[in-house]
Ligand binder design. Structure first.
Ligand code: SF4
Ligand code: SF4
Length: 473
């Protein structure tokens, strides 16, 4: 009877580990299938022991008991993190000054041209940025320098980047959509309007969508990034944001991302940025056609910071790597928004367990080639308690490889494909205090701690360029 029970449990374990191993193999994981096969062999080896060596049954029974205990402990639910459930305000511990868009690296290095009035004015106000910015400008082609250096500028994937990114130029100049003065608004109950607009957003190609009331703290104070030559706007105070935001994320394709920091991951960023311009602009036009005002926030037009808005709209939490961590796709997303004065029904912030998981995992920080992600705890930056990314060293690395790197996105356990196996793990992490503690260590053991780019389908493969740090990428 006892041996029969042990054999039944052993068969179940072999089956579960085999499924995990085959899935990991299909996902191209370098280490997990080896750990999986070792697990399968070990449990197959237990079978004859259970049958032919009675003395082995007690220790094997204890081992299986530990498995069962582990699952039971992980099934005990805990309370969601109350700070996280308050959204961004749960992390505000002091005075927050609205960010001046003129100070962000993109606006400085890419926007300010030596010899122009804005260049002179900005470095008079902030001489501390001049040395870094001039150095990056000399590197050429900010933010990524000559595209695809890491792959010797491999033409097919670099051309994919340019081709899809080019769409942003066609669509990017229509971010502001006024209401039609000829027609009066078509009011809808906020719940109905929200249901329509969220489903429309998904229909247009977004992977995740939520709605929040806009917290003006997360809007820029002054315009700094100038596209389409609107230099008259530089330095102007930003208008008061509209009160509601539809915030959405598009999915970065897994196979592209796991080539990070090589050119397919850059091509995928460009694709998603162009998709974000298309969807956010279409949403703004929908609000306009309904008789309301709206503004699209995308790569060529941000009046506000989309990530805090996404947290408040219930799309996810802020992770150690400084990106949004979503429940279904982790940080493997790009985030956009459309703000409007049409009354909508806001969603609530969510706790997916990332805050606690990130405290122990640190995989992104250990894999970051420029050491831009902190290994230590959170700090208070501009009144907000968070893990503070060093943007300047991160972008400096982009310039070296000629891509937007994305190693941190690729290595994050939350980025793995949205399959039943990974969904089950995320379900445990979101609910169980024990899983939040144990799983980060288990993940490091099974999948490894450091990042290594994966092999991809032949149409996406690329030749590796010179000067790579072999041990990293
Ligand atoms: S993008 Fe690359 S360099 Fe930047 S933080 Fe992530 S891993 Fe580090
Ligand atoms: S890699 Fe780990 S520490 Fe970094 S964001 Fe993902 S879960 Fe958090």
């Amino acid at each position: 009877m006892f041996s029969g029970l042990l054999i039944a449990v052993d068969i179940l374990v072999v089956f579960a580990v085999l499924v995990f191993t085959l899935e990991s193999n299909r996902e191209g994981e370098p280490r997990a299938p080896k750990v999986g096969w070792a697990g399968v062999l070990f449990h197959l080896f237990l079978m004859p022991l259970i049958i032919f060596v009675p003395a082995s049954r007690i220790p094997i029974g204890i081992l299986f008991g530990i498995y069962v205990l582990f699952i039971l402990v992980c099934l005990i639910p805990g309370k969601p993190n109350p700070k996280v459930l308050r959204g961004t305000m749960g992390h505000v511990v002091g005075d927050v000054k609205r960010v001046d868009e003129r100070g962000i690296v993109f606006a400085r290095v890419e926007g300010l041209k030596p010899g122009t009035e804005q260049y002179g004015r900005y470095y008079e106000m902030h001489p501390e940025h001049k040395a870094y910015d001039d150095r990056r400008r000399e590197g050429g082609g900010f933010p990524v320098g000559p595209p695809g250096t890491v792959d010797n500028g491999y033409p097919p994937t670099v051309a994919m980047t340019e081709a899809t990114f080019h769409m942003c130029f066609f669509m990017g100049d229509h971010a502001v959509a006024g209401s039609d003065p000829e027609s009066s608004p078509h009011p809808l109950p906020p719940e109905q309007a929200s249901e329509i607009i969220k489903n429309f957003t998904l229909h247009l190609g977004a992977a995740l969508v939520g709605i929040c009331k806009v917290n003006p703290l997360w809007s820029y104070s002054n315009r700094g990034e100038i596209h389409f030559d609107n230099w008259g706007e530089w330095g102007q105070e930003m208008p008061e944001p509209f009160p509601y935001a539809v915030v959405f994320a598009t999915e970065m394709d897994y196979e592209h991302v796991v080539t990070a920091p090589h050119t397919p991951s850059l091509a995928e960023s460009a694709t998603q940025y162009s998709k974000g311009v298309y969807i956010s602009t279409a949403l703004a036009q929908w609000f306009s056609a309904m008789g309301y005002r709206a503004v699209a926030h995308h790569f060529f037009h941000y009046d506000l910071l989309p990530v805090p808005l996404a947290v408040d709209a219930g799309l996810g939490e802020l992770g150690r790597l400084g990106y949004l961590m979503t429940g279904r796709l982790g940080p493997r997303v790009r985030v956009f928004a459309t703000t409007t004065d049409m009354p909508l029904a806001p969603d609530k912030p969510v706790s997916i367990g990332a805050d606690e998981f990130c405290q122990r995992c640190k995989k992104c920080a250990m894999s970051c080639p420029s050491r831009s992600i902190p290994l230590e705890g959170k700090v208070v930056h501009n009144g907000v308690e968070k893990w503070k990314l060093n943007e300047e060293s991160c972008y400096e690395f982009w310039g070296k490889v000629g891509t937007d790197c994305a190693i941190c996105m690729a290595v994050c356990p939350f980025s793995r494909p949205d399959t039943p196996m990974h969904r089950l793990v995320r379900w445990f992490v979101a609910r169980s205090p024990a899983a939040k503690i144990i799983f980060p260590y288990l993940d490091n053991w099974i999948y490894g701690k450091k990042w290594h780019p994966r092999t991809v389908s032949s149409w996406l493969s690329y030749p590796k360029g010179k000067g790579r740090k072999e041990e990293v990428y």
